[in-house]
Write a protein that binds this ligand. Sequence first.
Ligand SMILES: [Zn+2]
Length: 437
Amino acid sequence: MATTTRALAPGQVIVSLNFDDGLASQLQAAAMLEARGMRGTFYINSSRIGQSGRLTLDQLRALRDAGHEIGGHTLSHPRLTTLSADDQRKEICNDRVALLNAGFRVTSFAYPFGDKDSFTRQVVIDCNYNSARESGGLRTPTGSSSNPYAERVPPADAYAIRTHGSVQDTTTLDTLKAYVLRAEESGGGWVPLVFHHICGPCDPPQTYSTAPAVLAAFLDWLAPRASRGTTVALMDTVIGGTLKPPVSWPPVQPSQLFKNPSLETDSNGDGTPDCWKRGGFGTNTFTWTRTSDAHGGSWAQQVRISSISSGDRKLISEQDSGTCSPAAVTGHRYRISAWYKSTTSVRFKAYYRNSAGGWDYWTQGPLLPAASSYTRAEWTTPGAPSAAKRLSMGMSIDRVGTLTMDDFTLTDLDATTALREEYRRAEEEEVEAPIPP
Ligand SMILES: [Zn+2]
């Protein structure tokens, strides 16, 4: 996969074959492309995946595995400029998040109906897309506008990539060829072509449709033009750039999973903060202190090992059946942070409660360096195994030295997934709109 935007040679043309709206009839287009060594970009409305007449998730994954690109096209294909700011963000951002969660590399966006304004464009940027495609803006072969016959590479505005508008049932093979020929003759450039239904005759008739025979003839004509520098590429390949992280709307504030995270409360006065446990094993000599040398609040915990031949000492969250210990969700990653001081290396530790109610060692973080003043450390676990029902996490020391700990946080890095699913279900309940260009 190219990751840098390249400049074209004079007269060089790149054609991008776009298929919008996740229509089931596009499967045969994908097969036609593959037979000719080409790949396309499929712009998907995530809340419509698997609906009648639409590609299923398995089919989309097969397209991805065959080398096609999956792009975003909003949750439910609205006219974005008619929506509130919040609804635009949900449509654009949460669609991308849903596609990312389904395992696609989503960098390219297409505006439904080509409908956008400067605010919509900014939302696409904020949702971490690398590009956005319009419908229209290029000069048609018979047109007299001052628009160019081809988009530039890189485009003047990566969030307003121009096209010839959507291919219709009245678009002839000669017109498709002319899109490419005019671009070749006018110095070259980028020609994204936008297809919808692949059928002919279509039942029911579809304005935005292309007969399989026309598409096949066009691709047969296009393929050998590689010898003169006219090639086919994915939108993502032409734009380049890295895959950026998901952004969901509204932004999700991860909730604190530790109880008594600042170690302040000690109801029974035994020195061990509520919902925490002074743990450890092996042969070593140690002392625990509830110290006022705190990072936040009034109290911190300190453990000192004066001699050790085996094992460790650690402060970990209480290993109970749920009063203190947070539930674990299979596959979710958990992020722990703490403020610590130490005279030697220390590390985070993670345990889980199994379905029989016992507590098992799970995993540990990398060694953290000695720190003479309070230092924040953070570590993210791998996905929780299915055996994990509840979590216990904390910080340990396994050599001679002193470790002081305070102000822990524990968050579920993947907690937003459930929220995204809620959006998806809500969108599915909306009335189905006619299939648009
Ligand atoms: Zn569309």
